[in-house]
Design a protein around this ligand. Structure first.
Ligand code: ZN
Ligand code: ZN
Length: 265
């Protein structure tokens, strides 16, 4: 297949997001007992369910404001929607605390809680990007509780999300999956689809980008961009690998496969 071009503004936009950081020690959680950890690993319960993150409300709203600023700068067409959302956010201390705890509760429906008719795609984009720096910090700490070599599931052991990318390890050829939300990696079986569990494995490569494979599944029509570790020597930042290979997403979608992790307004 032929290369497609990368939208430069997307890279700039993502670069600014990646510079929005949570303050140090912004995330805490109640450490679970070894028994709870064993049950969680055995039943494949993501850590966010057994020891949810606690986030300082003021820190979260500071980050949210920065993220809103980045969106307004790069997507001027969204300024009215972002302003509408900001105006609808809770004001009182107790309401804000509750709101922040709901952001990190996978079961919550924040839009329903706000009780207003807000533009849902932009709302989701804003909240997900504001939560991300906290999820990264949370993942770094909480991820140590599970044996990530033994997880072997198609969902992230920290947040329960779907993987964004995969990496075939140099020498061993073992496969790691990567979560674009909390940025952790875990072991998965070498072949088969992480999205639907089908055992089939087919991939294509793109001329000039031979270090990547795009594995696709004809059962669920998912695809996953995969770095072939044999063809690269440098340590990789999968966040940037994901952004810098958006042309592979475009090609896969053109072939009729679905992005399992859509998160763009
Ligand atoms: Zn995750
Ligand atoms: Zn599948």
């Amino acid at each position: 297949m032929q290369k497609a071009s990368i939208p430069q503004t997307l890279a700039d936009f993502q670069k600014e997001f990646s510079q929005v950081k949570a303050p140090e020690n912004a995330v805490t959680f109640n450490p679970p007992t070894p028994e709870t950890i064993a049950i969680g690993e055995g039943k494949a319960i993501p850590l966010i369910t057994i020891c949810p993150p606690r986030i300082n409300t003021g820190d979260f709203f500071d980050v949210l404001k920065q993220v809103a600023g980045v969106i307004k700068k790069y997507k001027p067409e969204l300024v009215p929607e972002v302003a509408q959302i900001e105006a609808a956010l809770p004001e009182g201390t107790a309401e804000r605390d509750l709101f922040v705890s709901q952001v990190f509760n996978p079961e919550a429906n924040l839009l329903d809680d706000l009780g207003q008719d807000l533009p849902s795609e932009t709302f989701g984009f804003l909240i997900n990007h504001a939560a991300k720096p906290f999820m990264i910090q949370y993942g770094q700490e909480v991820g140590k509780l599970y044996d990530l070599e033994q997880w072997l599931k198609g969902e992230c052991p920290v947040c329960g999300g779907r993987p964004t990318m995969a990496l075939l390890e140099r020498d061993t050829g073992k496969r790691l999956l990567y979560c674009g939300v909390c940025e952790i990696k875990w072991r998965f079986q070498r072949l088969g689809c992480p999205y639907c569990g089908s055992s089939e494995s087919q991939f294509f490569t793109v001329e000039g980008m031979e270090k990547y494979r795009i594995y696709f599944c004809d059962q669920c029509h998912g695809y996953i961009k995969t770095i072939d570790g044999e063809r690269t020597s440098a340590a990789m930042d999968l966040f940037w690998e994901d952004i810098n290979t958006v042309q592979l997403d475009i090609l896969a979608m053109r072939e009729g496969y679905l992005n399992q992790q859509v998160d763009q307004p």
